[in-house]
Design a protein around this ligand. Structure first.
Ligand SMILES: [Fe+2]
Ligand SMILES: [Fe+2]
Length: 249
């Protein structure tokens, strides 16, 4: 596997307001100072079902986490996010694609190991990004990665780089590497597809028009890469037309 061009945090805790400087995040911000980050490769803005994730390469890993996919729509969210992650890796060929793909596939598996009754009550209301259950699902996701990856032959150093991305993917505000950034964008992009709108609007108890309005005003500005902005914009236009959100509101 290739070495990432930007440092990945050795420590894996969220940098709170009293913590010191987040050195990897500052290094990434300095190296990729133009935002959204311009693509270096081709950007595919067609519907995501045109380019599913590679069919066989990660099948053993999928099989190892089938149980974890049965919580919180992960069996919809994770495969679609992986398809977006692979597109992003083609647009940013400097990224370690294997790291992005494995981190994306596993990032939310921890939801299967937290109190399910708290997922909606805490995870999608109020300041949901800072809810305790968000931290718990990140920690549990790292536990899943450390359990399943070694037995599939992944090196210990690679597993820890995966965990560095999983830990903080929701609760830390900033990315610490290009790979971290691509996983974060893939995690947001799935919401712009019709399947993501269908599932996530119900989690947030919003009608589709309200939800797609929120995608445009709140989620697009959070995207780190220009490729993700282009994909999100194209998806949102398609989804709004399909769901007739201009009329049904
Ligand atoms: Fe998450
Ligand atoms: Fe996610």
């Amino acid at each position: 596997m290739s070495t990432p061009k930007t440092p990945v945090a050795a420590g894996s805790t969220d940098a709170g307001p009293t913590a010191g400087p987040d050195v990897p995040a500052e290094a990434f911000a300095a190296e990729y100072s133009i935002r959204p980050v311009p693509p270096a490769g081709p950007v595919d803005t067609t519907a995501i079902c045109n380019t599913p994730a590679a069919l066989e390469e990660l099948d053993a890993l999928w099989k190892a986490v089938v149980h974890e996919t049965r919580t919180r729509g992960n069996d919809i969210h994770l495969p679609i996010s992986l398809a977006y992650a692979e597109r992003l890796c083609r647009a940013y060929p400097d990224a370690d694609a294997e790291l992005v793909r494995v981190a994306t596939l596993l990032h939310d598996t921890g939801w299967a190991h937290v109190d399910e009754s708290r997922i909606i009550s805490e995870g999608f209301t109020g300041d949901w990004r800072k809810a305790a259950i968000r931290y718990e699902h990140e920690q549990q996701g790292c536990n899943v990665a450390r359990r399943v990856l070694p037995e599939l032959g992944y090196a210990a150093e690679f597993v820890e780089r995966v965990c560095d991305i999983i830990d903080g993917h929701d609760t830390r505000q900033v990315a610490r590497s290009l790979e971290d950034a691509l996983m974060r964008d893939a995690d947001r992009l799935w919401r712009f597809d019709r399947a993501g709108i269908s599932l996530a609007s119900s989690w947030f108890a919003m009608d589709p028009a309200t939800y797609t309005d929120r995608l445009a005003t709140e989620i697009v500005p959070e995207l780190i890469t220009q490729a993700a902005v282009d994909m999100a914009t194209a998806d949102l236009n398609r989804s709004n037309a399909l769901l007739k959100t201009g009329v049904i509101r």
